[in-house]
Each structure stands twice: as structure tokens, then as C-alpha cells.
Design a binder for this molecule. Sequence first.
Ligand code: ARG
Length: 475
Amino acid sequence: MSSKPWGGRFNERTDISVEAFTSSIQVDKRLYPYDIEGSVAHCRMLAKVGVLTDEESETIVDGLFQIKRELDQDQFDFDDSMEDIHMHIEARLLQLVGKTAQKLHTARSRNDQVALDVRMFLRDATGRIVDGLTALRQTLVDLAEQHTDTVMPGYTHLQRAQPVLLAHHWMAYYEMFTRDAERFDDCLKRTNVMPLGAAALAGTTHPIDRQYTAELLNFPVVTANSLDTVSDRDFIMEFLAAASICMVHFSRLAEELVLWSSTEFSFIQLADAFSTGSSIMPQKKNPDIPELIRGKTGRVVGDLVALITLMKSLPLAYNRDMQEDKPPLFDAVDTVQACIDIVVKMLPTIRVGTETMRRAATRGFLNATDMADYLVGRGMPFRKAHAVVGQAVAHALEQGKELHELTLKELETFSKLIKDDLFDALTLAQMISRRQSAGGTAGDQVRGAIAAAKQRLAQAGAPEAKPKNTKASMR
Ligand code: ARG
């Protein structure tokens, strides 16, 4: 007989290479707090329904807390021959409390156990990420508040288009990261479902009380179908999709920081503390942090693709393939969290070249649309106005001037509707303040958006929104 917990029907010892190949302990050991909490809850439930005596349950729970201490203090031996974290904890429990330990796995399988551990892990991780995004959104709102008078060029196709407030630009990222937080919160609804009790795949013959286990572990509901319970990794795929979208937002912000800090743009300067140098070129100050954020985005999208690909076409119910869900999940959690943390620290240290931004907004015909709008205001159909201003731009280009640098006399040749008041409409101040459409870049609109964001953030930070300890985590 093999010495494995599942070794009863085996005559030979597992080949050493198989142990190394199938082991996941180096990856899944970080699930230990959840594995122990889940076992404590399962054990107490078994005592409640009379499968274990109170004494047996107390013995097991004591042992589990002892193991938790050992793991917390790094005094626990790991060994590839024991596959995964579930087996390690069970084996140690047997050493500590003797054969009573063998009763813990009644009405449970590693299939529902690992589903529980990952759901609990992800529930916590998602909560931390949403908190981090709240801090990031707050940072963006603070920056926006400092820049309600800073005008910069807005771009399409990376060509100067129309002026916008820098505050408006920061608030655009606030909106993206707000949607990300909402997406993570929404995933949480489907993550926060208690799987224990599905056992291997079909449920169990023991008189378990799944609701009670759920209550001990702070789950609002239990899963509905035992086959689905041990097969389902949708909640991880959803999380990775949300993480990928969030990272795409980070990568766009990062790309703008790289561009803006270049000499060509000179819109911002990154702080020395958040930049790096070159080993050969003494003059260099490089934006490695935003560049790495761009790069890490590729990894997280890869994590999503890895999991979706591994789940595709798997027959029900559990398959060992699914053990490969954890590396991408852990990688994405760690990467998103690290990006949030560094950006929250870095953004407030950025120095903004407000004058350079303003100057850039005055060159490149950013007021051409406003000139067309002026003509529309005097009765010209927009398409006609567009053509007229196009001709004026061509003329101005020839003269090496901006539209507002042409004389009234020159301008009149393009349309009789043009009067002296056109020049007012072509100023930066007017271009900004007249974009009063809801969500536009006018100062009033942007200040309104900032006020609304501050109110929302005040609610997001409220203490009742924070997770509580589970009953099973307490002695
Ligand atoms: N380490 C495994 C995993 O992460 C736990 C479940 C193992 N179940 C099994 N039937 N071999 O998926």
C-alpha cells in the first residue's frame, strides 16, 4: 500500500517525478489561512449535526489553531510528496491530535475544499483591491481639484484636437477606475457563495448543514448544484477579466505618463524618487514605473487567457487541470495590487508644467471647432461652417499663423458672418467655459463631477462597507 492518504487501492509507491510534477504546494500554500478557517467551520458544523462529538470537534479545532500558529510563524515543514496545502494540514493534524484527525474529512472532498479556499482568498483579495481603487480614485480627485484651472490640449489620434482642463483628464481616469471598482464588486457577488458540502461531486450521505457552515464563514448563500460547485471557476475568470480591464486602464495612464514626461511633450516631470537612471547615459531619467505597468498589463491579460484556455472543454466535474488556476489568479491579484499601490504613491509626486500645457493648447488650431460653432451660431449649417473654417486653416497654415492671429480683414474673406467678437470665442478661456454640456470640460461641469466623486468616495470609505472577521476565524 502507498503511504498517501488516498493510497489504499495502490500497490506501488508514487514515482518521485510524479510527486514533483503534480505537487502544487509551493503555489497553494498561501491559501493556508482559508484552508484552516474552512476546516474549523466544517468541523464545528459536523459537531452541530452530530457527526462528530463536541470533544472530537474541540480536539480537531485546537489542532487546527496550533497548525495556524506554526504556519504564521514559519515553523511548518513543506514536502512535495504531500501534494498540496490541504494534504499538508491534514497530515500535520494527524501528527498533532492523533486519529481523531482522520474524521475531519468526513462529508468533504478536496474538490469542494479547494473551491472554498479560493473563494475565500479571492473574496479578501477583491476587497483589498476595491479599497486600493478607492484610494486611487481619491488621489485622482485630489489631483483634479488642484488643476481646475490648468488647460491642456485634448487629443484624438494623438493629434491636438480641442483644449480641456487637466482636471477633466484626471477625472476621466477616475471614471475608469470607478467602473473597475464596480466590476470587482459585482464579481464579488458570485465569488461570495459557499461551496462546501458538494463533496467530490454529488453531495454527501451525511446529514450536513451547509447553511450553518456558510454562516460560520460569513457567506450569504450556498452554491445550488454540487456538480457545478466543484467544476465552476467562472468567478476566477470574471475576476481576471475585471483585472485585465483594470490593467488596460493602468496601461493607458502609464503610456500618457511616459509620453508626457518626454522632452518632446514636457508636460510633466516625474519625481526622482519614482524614476530610474541609465547605466551608460548620465543624463537619463527614465519613467520605468509607468513602463513596467504597461508591461505588467500583458501578464495579467495572459493570466486571463491562461485560465479561460485551461477551462475550455473540460468535462464535468473536477479535473486536475483546474489546479493550474492558481498561478494566474495569484499573479493577477499581486500585480493589480502592486500597480495600485505604486500609482497611489507616485501620482501626487508628479510635477505639472502648467505653462507648457497651456502653450501647447494655443498652437495647432485647437480653436477651429469653436470658429465653426461661432458661424453655426450665426445661422450657417455646420457642414458648411466646417468647410469654411477648413479653408481658413489652410490659409493660416500658409501664413504660418494660428486662426486667432489672422486679421479680421483676412477672416472676413472666408465669411461675411465673421465679426470682431470671433476673437473672443477663440480664446482658451471661452473654449473651455462654453463646453457646458453635461460631462463636458467647462469648469462648472468639472467641479460638479469632482464634488459628486467626493461624495461617492466618502460613502465608499464608510466603516460598514468593510468586511468583518468570520466566526470560524475566532477561537
Ligand atoms: N490541489 C488541488 C487543486 O488545486 C486540490 C484538489 C485535488 N483534487 C483531486 N481530486 N485531486 O485543484
